[in-house]
Structure formats: C-alpha cells, structure tokens
Design a protein around this ligand. Structure first.
Ligand SMILES: NC(=O)c1ccc[n+]([C@@H]2O[C@H](COP(=O)([O-])OP(=O)(O)OC[C@H]3O[C@@H](n4cnc5c(N)ncnc54)[C@H](OP(=O)(O)O)[C@@H]3O)[C@@H](O)[C@H]2O)c1
Length: 260
C-alpha cells in the first residue's frame, strides 16, 4: 500500500464553483495547498480574481468568473476550462444561494433563483464538462464529481427556506442517479451535506450576538465547521482513498443529521 500518496491530489486539475468565499474557498485552499491545479469560479469577477491571487501564493489557482444561474454562464465556464485544460479530474459543484421567507410570503422568484443555481447548474456544468471528466477517468483513479448538498436536504431545517432545502434534497438524489449512470465511465459522484460553517450565507445567524453559541448548541459535536472539516472530506473523496466511493451523501455536520 502506497500510504504516503493515499490522500494525494498532487497535479490533479480541479474546478471549484463558488470558490471565492465561504465553503468553496475552504475547499479551494485545501486543494491548492495539496498541490492540485485549481480553477475557482463566482459571479463577482474582481473578488474571484483577488482570491485566486491570494491562493496563488500557496500553489496554482486561477479565477474563471461566471454566473452559473444562467445557461450561458455555465457554458462560458465550461469553455474557459476547455481553453486551458484537456481534462478535469475533480469537479466541485459548490456555488449556491439561499432564500428565507415565511410560508405565505415565499416569492416565486426564490424558486427560480435557488433552483437554477443550486440544482440546474450542478447538472448542466457536470454534463458540459463530461468530455473532460471522461478524459481523466480510469478504473484505478476515477474522475470525481463532488456536489455540495446540505443537512437542510436531510432533515427539516429551523429556518423557512423552502426552495433551498428542496434544492438540496434534489441535489442528493441527483448525485445518486449520476453516480449510478456514470460508474461504468469511471466517474464517481458524491455529495457532501454540510452542517453550519462560517460564511456569508450563515452570517445572518452566526454574526448576531450569541449566534455562534446558539448554533453550536444545536450541534451534537457542539461547534460549527472549520476549513479542515470540509477540505479533509474533499481530499478524501478526490484521492486514491475515496476512489471506491460513489453515490454517497456524506454528512459533515457535527452530527446534526442524527437528530432525525
Ligand atoms: N455555510 C453553511 O453553513 C452551509 C451549510 C450547508 C450547505 N452549504 C452549501 O455550501 C455551498 C457554499 O455556501 P457558503 O455558505 O460558502 O455560501 P456563500 O458564502 O454565500 O458563498 C457562495 C459562493 O457561491 C458563489 N455564487 C453564488 N451564486 C452564484 C452564481 N449564480 N453563479 C456563480 N457563483 C455563485 C458566490 O460568489 P458570487 O456571489 O460572487 O457569485 C460565493 O463564491 C452552498 O452550496 C451552500 O448551500 C453551506
């Protein structure tokens, strides 16, 4: 057993959507620090470039800004990747948006925005990049697709985020169906279902006075997630160590999903 390289992703080509902040940035940093060639994407071009520049101090990182809530944005990102690389070893579909509102005020536009970004883009970017994933795919080292779902797609959340939690449950099922269909092409597809991590999406709760303690008190492991927690899971799924795992929804949630 080559124990030294069991978790290695050195020189692999990775695309991380929503890599400019929050969980996506944590994942991108973990991959860059491990020697992968990492492309990050997000809508705000200037922020994306700035973060890529910061991560470049640790290794290889390039910004490819795109709005993934549109068909054109997904195609532009795929084209930009194809212009630079012949193959993609790791695709992390992380970009996401949420929308909270009371039941009877929940707007129609929330469904359009959230489903387009969180669900449709996961499917369409994966299919757009399929030729590059297939070039990387080998029986002893499959290409990897990692979708970022949520514990909110597993159990009913505290907040009223109807389109969001439904989109994440759908991402989990999409992950399983893609895993089933793509296994014979030597492409694994797994999802990570995070619990609470510090990010802009969670700032409305975590930045409020006593917010972090309140959130932590609902987590069996009694803390919020750290960059190591999510980057470690991505490194596992992306390396030799995770190459026999497909169709799994891995809760990285401090045990929240054990509440049922
Ligand atoms: N934080 C948590 O506790 C938590 C828990 C469970 C699951 N998650 C999931 O983890 C993922 C990352 O969330 P986060 O908390 O890190 O959120 P975040 O801080 O809001 O970051 C979201 C990222 O996605 C990008 N993005 C948003 N809309 C986009 C679009 N239409 N096209 C391209 N990029 C877009 C954002 O950049 P721009 O705004 O510049 O586009 C940003 O880079 C999401 O899928 C989220 O649902 C988070």
């Amino acid at each position: 057993m080559d124990i030294e390289n069991l978790f290695s992703v050195k020189d692999k080509v990775a695309v991380v959507t929503g890599g400019s902040r929050g969980i996506g940035r944590m994942i991108a940093e973990g991959l860059v620090r491990s020697g992968a060639k990492v492309y990050i994407s997000s809508r705000k071009a200037q922020v994306c470039e700035q973060v890529a520049e910061e991560l470049s101090a640790l290794g290889f990182c390039v910004a490819l800004p795109a709005d993934l809530s549109t068909v054109e944005g997904v195609q532009d990102l795929a084209q930009a990747v194809k212009a630079r690389e012949d193959q993609v070893d790791i695709l992390v579909n992380n970009a996401g948006a949420t929308w909270g509102a009371p039941l009877l005020e929940y707007p129609d536009e929330a469904w359009d925005k959230v489903l387009a970004t969180n669900l449709k883009a996961v499917f369409s970017l994966t299919t757009e990049l399929m030729p590059l994933l297939k070039k990387s795919a080998r029986s002893d080292d499959p290409a990897r697709v990692i979708n970022i779902g949520s514990v909110d797609g597993i159990r009913v959340p505290e907040t009223e985020n109807y389109a969001y939690s439904a989109s994440k449950a759908a991402v989990h099922m999409l992950t399983r169906q893609l895993a089933h269909r793509l296994a014979s092409s030597h492409i694994t597809v797994n999802a990570i279902a995070p619990g609470p991590f510090p990010s802009k999406m969670m700032a409305f709760i975590l930045d409020a006075e006593g917010g972090e303690d309140m959130v932590s008190s609902g987590v069996p492991l009694a803390r919020i997630g750290t960059p190591e927690d999510v980057a470690g899971t991505v490194l596992y799924l992306s390396s030799r160590a995770g190459s026999y795992v497909t169709g799994s929804i891995i809760a990285v949630d401090g045990g929240i999903s054990t509440h049922g």
